[in-house]
Write a protein that binds this ligand. Sequence first.
Ligand SMILES: Cc1cc2nc3c(=O)[nH]c(=O)nc-3n(C[C@H](O)[C@H](O)[C@H](O)COP(=O)(O)OP(=O)(O)OC[C@H]3O[C@@H](n4cnc5c(N)ncnc54)[C@H](O)[C@@H]3O)c2cc1C
Length: 582
Amino acid sequence: MQPNLLNATNLRIPARLTAPEPGWVISADVIVVGSGVAGLTAALRLRQRVDRVLLVTKTVLSEGSTQWAQGGIAAALDPADSADEHLADTLVAGAGVCDEEAVRVLVSEGPARVRELATLGMKFDRGPDGEISLTREGGHGRDRIAHAGGDATGKEVSRALIAALDLALIAVKEDPGIEVLEHALVVDLLQDGDSRVCGVTLHVIGEGQMDGVGAARARAVVLATGGIGQVYSSTTNPSVATGDGVAAALRAGAVVADLEFVQFHPTVLWLGEGARGQQPLLSEAMRGEGAFLVDGDGVRFMAGVHDLADLAPRDIVAKAIVARMAQTDTDHVYLDARHLGKKFLEKRFPSILARCRELGFDPVSELLPVAPAQHFASGGVRTDLDGRSTLAGLYACGEVSCTGVHGANRLASNSLLEGLVFASRIADDITSRLSAGDLASADPLVRTEDTTLVARKERTAVQRAMTLGTGAVRSADSMAHAAKNLQIIADSTPGSTPDPDSWETSNLLHVGQLLTAMAALREETRGGHIRSDFTVRDDAHWLGHIYAVREEDGSITTSFHPITTSFHPITTSFHPITPQVL
Ligand SMILES: Cc1cc2nc3c(=O)[nH]c(=O)nc-3n(C[C@H](O)[C@H](O)[C@H](O)COP(=O)(O)OP(=O)(O)OC[C@H]3O[C@@H](n4cnc5c(N)ncnc54)[C@H](O)[C@@H]3O)c2cc1C
């Protein structure tokens, strides 16, 4: 089926961010940008067969969403489970717009990647038979969440993931074939005259020669820069999640897809009006154990909204909370866990209790103020099954990418798995292309025209515009308002000093502008895209992806790409994907 051009947006995105000319140059075979599950996996696997891998990361190696993951990693490891069942659950969660072939790859290659992680040293919980213990999360029809530290606490799971990460970090640090640059923020992509990506410009807070803005050149660049959470006033994502990879790829002319599908977690601790940035997550498991939502008058408002009441899918709960906040003119509701008792809460949720108490709330005796906050970006840099973007030489994996596995709504614990599976595929693809002479080195064009920079002081204004206009529930009016406010920011910030804060703020603006434009086009409610003016899913018109691409003149072209595949069991039909319209 052919893509349809959608209404043009009025948006204009510049070609690059204002930055000093590179004062130094380094080179490698492959550059990996980001050190979460996706970047580390790609770097470690590439290193097995490529001579020089450069891993750059904005702060320190361990920083990123990966270290905050609580639940675990989903994979059909139980003999009674199957990749087909994992596939079916993922497609349901994705609300009709997953790319089925990409999901097939995820669920069929996932178990091997999880076992490799165990080989690497991750201490998964195991049963008496020595097999990895599995638990269940919302949306999964089977026990398939590999975890560590017992079922008892999210903290134990998190500790096990960090332990594996630490081992990966040590392996990376001890390997002379991988050069690691910490405190290195990638600003933009370098491209030759044919738009082939052949490196990055980056700002390093370093020592000696390699300090300030430089250029790193390579035959392939892998973006693994994580999510976009900081586009919003409050998010569960850490401070490094400023959408840098999506913004840089967009400016370079790569196709970006599905940005409108943003998962908001319904129960994030509300720390007051002025609270900004990363906020503490109150796990779904609390509601799983019997905690429930009430409004300021103590009314349990989820009853009657959905059969599963407080345990309804995330998007439904988030939507109901936003509606209740509007009705009662407040900016939060409450989670009531008091009836679960001190003994149970302390045993079952020790880390959540500790964090709440640190912040002055005692779940044993008090209601916990909660509000939805941004949690996960399903969209990003559009890739095929080997992680290739639409630009030669550019790959993307992990949360920055849009492989199509999440559709409109991510199934719980599928994102760490996505990072593992697709980073590995990228490493394999780059390796074979390098040995086939397929990824030639190229000389970047020196470009200084069409640059921009947004002052760091505008960060809060961008976040506010996005939260109010293109947040958990949107409408044409709210998004028009957001687009207008974002454009005012874009038009009014000449003369800023280039520094990491202003580069990040510029990226937040560009991602926010594009996300708002794409969300305004999709006139329906689906998964993480909830509209108050188009409240139902509209398969007749919107069963597919929206793509956006920056043209040479800075304008944005958007197009609609219908989903063309239908479910068929993995056992009888597994084919490599042919990307739809890339
Ligand atoms: C609180 C929380 C709980 C979660 N729980 C789970 C769970 O239980 N299971 C699950 O599957 N998923 C979970 N997720 C989602 C999952 O953790 C993420 O989607 C996943 O870890 C993303 O991995 P990544 O490698 O793509 O990005 P990240 O881990 O975010 O890493 C991105 C890296 O890129 C670097 N970077 C960013 N910009 C630049 C730049 N300009 N230059 C250089 N480096 C840059 C960052 O510093 C970082 O190192 C959770 C997320 C959060 C926030």
